[in-house]
Design a protein around this ligand. Structure first.
Ligand SMILES: Cc1ncc(COP(=O)(O)O)c(C=O)c1O
Length: 456
């Protein structure tokens, strides 16, 4: 077979430079202008490191998109996918298959409370889309309440559920989404009176319901702990108070644990930290570390029972894909056998300690927030005024003071994330203490750049 010549292929001779060029010219990449520099070409990985085409190893402190919880190329996980590929690569969703049934049983056992039936998707957005569609059908109501500092996916409905600015180009979006404020205690939108209605959750939700009419609201959908737009850890009592208000008004609680589920916060499910059980939970990412696209919405028994007599109006060609489910089964077994959740909890405590040590050394650090192995360092120009080092939704030069910290660390082979004025850390859950210290040392050096941008 001869390949049709395309621009960029001419130099596809003896190096991998063509790979970067082809990606830049022929692949549309996420959330960015398509005119950026050539991307790094990655040829492999192991544990918490990936390897670029020059053979250089990079320490990944973001688990790619906070999904690669078991790290790169976990041999048992790779093997499970190979074995399933040998046996059966695909079978339609309405026929039964061992990998799918096994994963469904595992989830029914692992998920909190009475969450026992799963609809499998190909990722997080599709799990949230199905969750709200089902909530609307089940309750006979149509509004969904979400929060401003949130991300729930990029598909047309999920991006409307998202409160953050990536929603703007997709507007006008899906009708019926109403947003509430976030329990962001460091910059409380209500000025944080004592008691604070926003940070307590329930009182603020009650007020929104008063204006919206609880009889029109199908569900409240929240990230249990805000990921990309945070981290924002809800104060103790917040989720319980939201749950109580939902129960009082016959509103479903949907928790989006796409980022924070499956050990990221040191428990299998993040809501276990506060003993709150939602009516539906959406998961993806860490469910199988993203080795094969997979997500799920897991619904409570009353909803599952209701669906016995009502049509579930959702479907996907790849729902419960055997390769994805086999990787999910193996991933859960690995996590149990290798005590991965326990490691996330233990290393999370070390990471938290190290971050507070950094805060003592760097005047640009305004706040340290997170849990388990998901942390953020909020950078400020001045600790007293809390003026952010980069403004909300900063782009270009406005974002530079934070971007340069992440770029300096990357130049030394350690990859962190950045969102507005927050440096993000979310390493694989298999990370060791030595790797945490290696990353922190690089970050320590890089933060001196941020310190230079502070004002007295
Ligand atoms: C909390 C949350 N929900 C949903 C999604 C969307 O998941 P996906 O990209 O798999 O559709 C993400 C992705 O980052 C997320 O962080």
């Amino acid at each position: 077979m001869t390949l049709r010549a395309v621009p960029g292929m001419a130099d596809a001779s003896d190096s991998l430079a063509w790979v970067a060029k082809a990606q830049r010219n022929h692949v549309l990449t996420s959330w960015s202008k398509q005119s950026g520099p050539d991307p790094l070409v990655v040829v492999g990985g192991e544990g918490c490191h990936f390897v670029d085409a020059s053979g250089r190893r990079h320490l990944d402190f973001m688990s790619q998109l906070v999904n690669l919880n078991l790290g790169y190329q976990h041999p048992r996980l790779v093997d499970a996918i190979k074995q399933q590929a040998d046996q059966l690569c695909y079978i339609g969703p309405n026929l039964a298959n061992e990998a799918r049934s096994r994963l469904a049983l595992q989830l029914a056992e692992l998920a909190p409370g009475n969450l026992t039936a799963s609809f499998f998707t190909t990722g997080g957005a599709a799990a949230n889309e199905n969750a709200i569609k089902l909530a609307r059908h089940y309750t006979g109501k149509h509004k969904i309440i979400t929060r401003y500092r949130s991300y729930h996916g990029a598909s047309a409905g999920a991006i409307t559920l998202s409160g953050e600015p990536r929603r703007w180009p997709a507007e006008p979006g899906m009708p019926g989404v109403v947003r509430m404020l976030d329990p962001y205690t460091y910059r409380c939108p209500a000025g944080h009176p004592n008691p604070c209605p926003v940070c307590a959750g329930g009182p603020h939700l009650e007020e929104i319901l008063q204006y919206e009419g609880p009889e029109t609201v199908a569900a409240v959908l929240l990230e249990t702990v805000t990921g990309t737009n945070g981290p924002i850890v809800p104060p103790d009592g917040y989720l319980r108070s939201i749950r109580e208000v939902c129960d009082r008004h016959g509103i479903l609680l949907i928790l989006d644990e796409v980022m924070v589920g499956f050990g990221r916060l040191g428990r299998w499910f993040a809501c276990e930290h506060w003993d709150v059980v939602p009516d539906i939970v959406s998961v993806a990412k860490g469910l199988n570390s993203g080795y094969v696209p997979l997500g799920a919405m897991i619904v409570s028994e009353p909803i599952r029972d209701w669906l016995r007599d009502h049509t579930f109006s959702g479907g996907l060609t790849y729902s419960g894909h055997p390769l994805a489910c086999a990787s999910g089964v193996a991933s859960i077994e690995i996590m149990r056998d290798e005590k991965v959740v326990e490691n996330a909890a233990a290393q999370g405590l070390l990471l938290e300690r190290r971050l507070h040590e950094l805060a003592a050394r760097h005047r640009s650090i305004g706040d340290i927030r997170g849990m388990g192995l998901m942390w953020g360092i909020e950078l400020v120009r001045n600790r007293e005024t809390r003026e952010p080092l980069a403004p909300f939704h900063a782009k270009g030069t406005a974002a530079a003071p934070v971007a340069q910290v992440v770029a300096a660390a990357k130049a030394k082979g350690v990859h962190f994330g950045a969102h507005d004025n927050v440096v993000r850390l979310a390493p694989p859950l298999i990370i060791s203490a030595a790797e945490i210290d290696e990353g922190i040392q690089v970050l320590d050096d890089a933060l001196s750049l941020a310190d230079k941008a502070t004002v007295p």
